[in-house]
Structures are given as C-alpha cells and as structure tokens.
Design a protein around this ligand. Structure first.
Ligand code: ATP
Length: 458
C-alpha cells in the first residue's frame, strides 16, 4: 500500500497505536494528498515505479528545504559552538572498517517458506512462524546493509567502495581538519545534512524507511566527564525543536534504549519517537558514542586524533554526543501531525496546519475575476513584489472557492484576493489559513502586514 513492489510492512512492534481503522485511513489520506498535490511522488513513475523510491515534487521540496533550513538555523546559525559541513558521500573504504560497518552493520533476514514474505528478524520478536500465514520461516541469515559499488572503470576488488550509510563518519574524519582550521575549544560540534544509503531488508511505510534517505546529524565533542550531562541537554533541545515547530506533545515521546539495544559504539541512547499512524517509531536517536569513533579512526589512519586541553594541559580523546535524525521521517511526521479535516458550512475542508517556518508557500495571490485584464495585472504585480521577501505564488486556474481549498490543502498561510473593488480603493482581501478570517488591507501596506504576521526568518 505505501511501499510498492517487494514488501509492505507495518511495524510489528507491540506498541500503543492510534485507532487502527482511523490510522490506516489517515496514512492513505496523507499518501494521496502527497501525490495529488505534488508533495511526494512515486520514483520512476512512468516506468511503473522503482520500489520504495520517492521523488519530492514542488511543494514537498519546499517543505523538505524548510525543515532542513529550520534545523540548520537552530543548530548552526543560532549557536556559536557548531560548525556546518558537507562531506563527500564516497569515502575511503578503510573508513567503514574503522567504523565497524563492514563487520557489524548487519540485519538478519528470514523468509516464509509458504508465502515467501521477507522479514527482518528483529521485527519478528521471537515469533517462530510467519505472522501472515503461519508458514515455516527460514533460518535467520545476516545481510550487510551497505550499498557496494566500484570507483573507476575497472570492476575489481581494489576499486570497491560504498555509498555512505550515515553522514556521521564524514565529520569524524574531519575532526583534525576542523581543529586546524577553526581552532575550536571543547565543547564544540559539527553539523551536516546529506544523503545516506542503506540496503534495508524491509523498507516501507511510505517515506519512513527507504534505501536512499537524508540525515541531519550533529557530532558534538565534549570532555568525557561532561558526556552524561550533555547527552541529557541534547535530548531536551532536540525534543523542543519538534515541539516548537508544531508537533503535538502527545504524539512525541523520548524512549531510552535498553542495554541490549545499544549499537556497538554507544554507551547510552535515547530515541525521539513519533506516534505515526503505523505505531510509535523513531524520528531521531541521540547517543553517547564515547571516544569510540576518534580512537578507531586514529588507529586505522595512524593520525593523532586527540585534543589538547590548554587549561588542564591534558591530551585526550573527546567523547561524542550525536543527535542523528532523518529528514524524510521528519517531513512525514510534520505532514501527519498537521493534517486536519474540518466541516465548514456543510463542506469538508482539508488543511495542512504547518508551522509558518515550514509551510511550502507563505502567500498565494488570487484574482477574483480572470476576464478583467486590470485585475489579473494588479494581482501579478502584487505577487511579483512579494516574491522578493517570501515564497509567494500567483494562481488563476480555477474559481476562488477551489483556489482556497487547494491552498488550504498545501498549507499556504495567507491568500490575497484581488477584486474589482481593489482597482478603486487599492485594497485587497487577506484570508488567514487557520481562522479563515478575512481582512481588507491596503496594497501598499500588505508587505508590512504580512511581515508582522509571519516570521520571515525563512
Ligand atoms: P531504525 O531503527 O528505524 O532502522 P536506526 O536506529 O538504524 O533507525 P540511525 O542509524 O540512528 O537509525 O539513523 C539516524 C536517523 O536516520 C534515524 O533516526 C532515522 O530518522 C534516519 N533513518 C535511518 N534509516 C533510515 C531509512 N532506512 N529510511 C529513512 N530514514 C532513516
């Protein structure tokens, strides 16, 4: 249903869920809205699609860019201790030996001998038979999640490289460069947004789990003795980021990992989970990675990756606190959380009540009559003028009622209507997405009016 082709899975976890029938239809509605309005479209669609690949259309791209911009602003621009980076996707193969990915980045898969459905063993939760048809399951087999390819024209062992399965390693291997170029003092961090690739056994649930996805990661270097405290601080900061951008608190929770769940490099980790229609699932993990990564890369590269602390005159490996989130999952959570249906004068209205920083389009300018050249011209002029400060569109492709409904569905904050009266009194009607209140505003004051209402940091 949400993943085309090979596998459709809903999480098999025994976790509290929204009402099942309501939730499934909510997910259907989100997928359908994303397609109908050009947010997220099936990848390679005209070829019948490539399973579990998705393309972001015009509004989806704006929304995704806004999510990334808000994250970057909160974690890089508004802080003094975090530096932004953009490392290469292709990295030296030794990186993945040092990081442990070649030896440890495995999932176990098992398939049903009767219906042939493929399962990730962790999701079977010790079930001995197929949860679908009761058939016998094959033995669990390990499966490395990294995509392997070749660098250069010869497909031999020497040219083997991997598409990165996380952006984190690009920051660890630049630790020394950043010390040399920026001379930061502990605690300080590196932040990066970029694509990552994992050959997931069971992708699915729309964009929640795909094989190509984007991550937003921070590697925050701290004194080892401060690591526990900094971990707690980051959990709170990251939780607040979602809430400040409008995610309802009742749909968000922090879930500390049990000892048996921790990755090989982590001493502690807490996930921020969202109550998706298919169950509580991870949006972001915040981990104390200790000094594992720097020590490993020091050993494999032969470079000294210690930090010299001027105050204590000590040389040591800093610990790393890592808040690591997914762009695509975050976008999906914002879509689900902001979707609402209302009844207005006996008719259904669908609204994406996205936060003003995230809404793909801030303002739409709509002419009431398209057969009056002066109205169209004035409306186009207003739109062109507003485009200098905010994301604004002009639309005259339908009657006003339909245009309003379209803009509500994509979360546009304000609709500006130009009518016959506007030609005389130089005023237009401004309609608020959420309250649907309408106000007449002078054309020469409209930019100021919107500037006051909107946070124009975007
Ligand atoms: P999961 O347990 O769901 O597989 P993970 O714990 O392996 O996730 P991390 O390695 O912590 O994930 O990656 C950090 C973040 O990257 C995740 O919190 C998630 O938001 C995102 N992410 C990881 N794998 C995928 C994927 N296959 N598709 C989309 N996003 C992903």
């Amino acid at each position: 249903m949400y993943s085309k082709g090979d596998t459709l899975i809903f999480s098999l976890e025994d976790v509290p869920r929204r009402d099942e029938s309501m939730s499934l239809s909510l997910m259907d509605k989100i997928v359908s809205l994303c397609k109908r309005r050009g947010f997220i479209l099936p990848g390679s669609d005209i070829y019948g699609g490539l399973s579990n690949t998705w393309d972001y259309g015009p509004y989806g791209t704006e929304l995704k860019n806004n999510v990334k911009r808000s994250w970057w602003r909160a974690n890089v621009h508004l802080r003094e201790d975090i530096y932004g980076m953009d490392a290469a996707i292709l990295m030296h193969p030794r990186v993945w030996e040092a990081s442990g990915h070649i030896k440890q980045f495995y999932d176990y898969k098992s398939d049903c001998k009767s219906c042939h459905r493929l399962f990730k063993v962790a999701e079977l939760k010790n079930k001995q038979v197929c949860p679908d048809c009761g058939g016998r399951l094959t033995e669990a087999r390990p499966f490395n999640l990294m995509f392997k390819t070749h660098q250069g024209p010869v497909e031999d062992k020497a040219g083997e490289i991997y598409l990165r399965p996380e952006t984190a390693q690009g920051m660890f291997v630049n630790f020394l460069n950043i010390l040399d170029t920026c001379h930061p003092k502990l605690p300080f961090g590196l932040a990066q947004i970029g694509k990552a690739f994992r050959n997931e056994v069971t992708p699915g649930n729309f964009t929640f789990r795909t094989r190509e996805f984007e991550q937003m990661e921070i590697e925050y270097f701290v004194h080892p003795e401060d690591a526990d405290k900094k971990l707690e601080e980051w959990i709170e900061q990251r939780y607040s980021w979602y809430v400040n951008l409008g995610i309802k608190k009742e749909n968000l929770r922090k879930r500390p990992h049990g000892h048996d769940e921790l990755a090989h490099y982590a001493k502690a980790c807490t996930d921020i989970e969202y109550n998706f229609p298919f169950g509580w699932s991870e949006l972001e993990g915040i981990a104390n990675r200790t000094d594992f990564d720097l020590k490993q890369h020091a050993q494999y590269s032969g470079k000294d990756l210690t930090y010299f602390d001027n105050q204590s005159k000590r040389r040591f490996y800093p610990y790393i606190i890592e808040p690591s989130g997914g762009v695509d999952r975050t976008v999906l959570a914002f879509l689900v959380d902001s979707y609402r249906e209302e009844e207005v004068r006996g008719r259904k209205r669908v609204v994406l009540g996205l936060h003003s920083d995230l809404a793909p389009i801030k303002v739409a300018v709509l002419p009431l009559l398209t057969n009056r050249g002066e109205i169209v011209e004035l409306a186009r002029q207003i739109a062109q003028d507003l485009k200098k400060n905010l994301v604004c569109v002009y639309d005259d492709t339908a009657a006003i009622g339909k245009l309003y409904r379209r803009q509500d569905e994509i979360g546009t904050l304000y609709c500006l209507t130009v009518d016959v009266q506007s030609l005389e009194d130089r005023k237009i009607t401004v309609r608020d997405r959420d309250s649907m209140q309408q106000e007449r505003v002078s054309i020469d004051k409209v930019r100021e009016y919107l500037g006051d209402k909107l946070n124009l940091s975007n």
